[in-house]
Design a protein around this ligand. Structure first.
Ligand SMILES: Nc1ncnc2c1ncn2[C@@H]1O[C@H](COP(=O)(O)OP(=O)(O)OP(=O)(O)O)[C@@H](O)[C@H]1O
Ligand SMILES: [Mg+2]
Length: 460
């Protein structure tokens, strides 16, 4: 990856001092009901700035990690992705903002049909900037030549305090107030989607790469176990922030997808059916289990007599959580049988079922996944929700695995299944807990708050 331009490091530091602004879940829904080019552009501006702030906070934290963790090659790699994505977003925001201040500039992404068009956009920008020099950082001479016309130069970047003064008051949901920007909204929105998709792809391997960093650390510092509280709370903050950013990005992109699923607003489903999600997730888990062991236990889904009402939720999150719990339960059942009959000898007919029991309790839906597998020894139960705690033979870390999908997901081995699922569950004010008895089996309790509306839990 090429080194970042020189303006990136000081801006990362400045943005890390700004306070993140949580988005209200109900705003995501309201905005998503009938998005227009104008409201999408407004959200794009908000998100470009807000995600920059959140990335800057994480970047700053990666720089100050204790115990030499910040020196790990994996952490360097992740940091460089954060800097790159930060740069993409800040540039995008500044291009729109320059146009907002100076309507005659036109839209850079409409005129970008070659160096000619781009050159004239930058010349106008520099011309406009000269008129209001105090608004911009240093303006070195010689910028009129096309070769020097580069948005990444500090000369065309507004001063940080000026950006934050405007951006901090920006709503996520609303109409874009500048008519000339609205005219160019389709081009801006298209460009922003390209940037967001690039960021998602770039950051896909982060869960695995950070996991690798932690493993590198514990290999080089055997006295420092990975379940050290400081390492755990870093991982929790880091992953919670990542989930938040991915929800915002995923929602923004989903709103513009050609194909809309029924009852979906972006990534949110207004009629989520626990039973449908649970049966899909358990089928997916069984598939992974069979790839690993050649067999999978049967699954029973039990629902109350009156059925389970549909409710507002993000089904992909629920799927992820139930998939991870089922994988663990299936592994426990198959491994218990294998200790009786030998490796690779377990038969489906001899496997005890994994039971998914769904109950409605007031505003909560309780999903209990029970197995009669190997169970967890009492002394280890508290560790089950720690990052990187696993009793599986450590799988070689596959950098192409994104940590959240079925394809290529290992049966077990990262020790991220439970802690990340708990994080997802708590993100929407639910919870994930477990009870286990060694040799007898395990019950995992996944509580979901029905139709929850509120702020994202953005804590830095
Ligand atoms: N249902 C269960 N029965 C027995 N042990 C379990 C069960 N669920 C979790 N565990 C224990 O908790 C550990 C951590 O589970 P977790 O899902 O976080 O990681 P993992 O399954 O080892 O790896 P992965 O990240 O691939 O999910 C497991 O390795 C296992 O020892
Ligand atoms: Mg697991």
């Amino acid at each position: 990856m090429p080194p970042s331009p020189s303006w990136v490091a000081p801006r990362l530091a400045a943005y890390a001092k700004r306070t993140p602004r949580p988005v209200r879940f109900e705003e995501m829904l309201k905005f998503g009901e009938r998005p227009s080019q104008s409201t999408l552009l407004q959200a794009a501006k908000f998100l470009a700035d807000e995600i920059s702030v959140r990335l800057a906070h994480r970047y700053a934290e990666l720089e100050t990690l204790p115990y030499g963790l910040k020196e790990m090659p994996a952490v360097y790699q992740v940091k460089s992705w954060y800097a790159e994505s930060f740069k993409d977003l800040v540039e995008f925001y500044n291009v729109i903002d320059a146009h907002r201040r100076n309507p005659s500039l036109g839209c850079k992404f409409e005129s970008e049909h070659g160096i000619q068009g781009m050159g004239s956009w930058f010349s106008k920008l520099i011309g406009g900037a000269r008129g209001r020099k105090e608004e911009f950082d240093v303006l070195p001479p010689g910028l009129a030549s096309t070769a020097a016309l580069d948005m990444t130069r500090p000369s065309v970047m507004p001063a940080v305090n000026q950006v934050s003064a405007e951006a901090d008051g920006l709503p996520y949901f609303g109409q874009c107030q500048s008519p000339h920007l609205v005219n160019a909204a389709p081009a801006y929105n298209k460009q922003f989607n390209t940037i967001l998709k690039r960021i998602v792809d770039r950051h896909n391997p982060v869960v695995v790469i950070v996991g690798k960093g932690v493993r590198q650390l514990t290999q080089s510092h055997p006295y420092l176990p990975e379940h050290h509280p400081e390492v755990q709370s870093f991982l929790n903050r880091f992953h919670r922030n990542r989930v938040g950013v991915r929800i915002l990005i995923g929602h923004h992109l989903a709103l513009q997808r050609q194909h809309r699923f029924p009852h979906h607003i972006g990534i949110v489903c207004t009629r989520t059916s626990v039973v449908d999600v649970a049966s899909e997730a358990s089928v997916d888990a069984a598939e992974v289990c069979e790839q690993s062991y050649g067999v999978s236990p049967p699954v029973e889904i039990q629902i109350p007599e009156g059925g389970v009402p549909d409710f507002v939720y993000v089904p992909s999150h629920m799927h992820h959580i139930i998939f991870e719990i089922c994988k663990n339960a299936m592994r426990a059942v198959v491994e218990k049988e294998e200790t009786r009959v030998g490796r690779g000898e377990a038969k489906r007919k001899d496997l005890s079922p994994v039971v998914i029991n769904v109950q409605v309790r007031g505003d909560d839906i309780l999903i209990r996944v029970s197995d009669k597998g190997v169970g967890i020894p009492a002394r280890e139960v508290d560790r089950a929700f720690q990052y990187a705690y696993t009793t599986a033979k450590q799988a070689p870390i596959d950098p192409d695995f994104h940590g959240s999908e079925v394809d290529g997901a290992p049966m077990a081995g990262y020790g991220y299944g439970l802690p990340l699922s708990q994080l997802y569950a708590r993100y929407f004010k639910g919870d994930l807990t477990l009870q286990s008895r060694e040799g007898l089996g395990t019950d995992v309790f996944f509580t979901v708050k029905r139709d929850w509306v509120g702020d994202e839990p953005v804590l830095m």
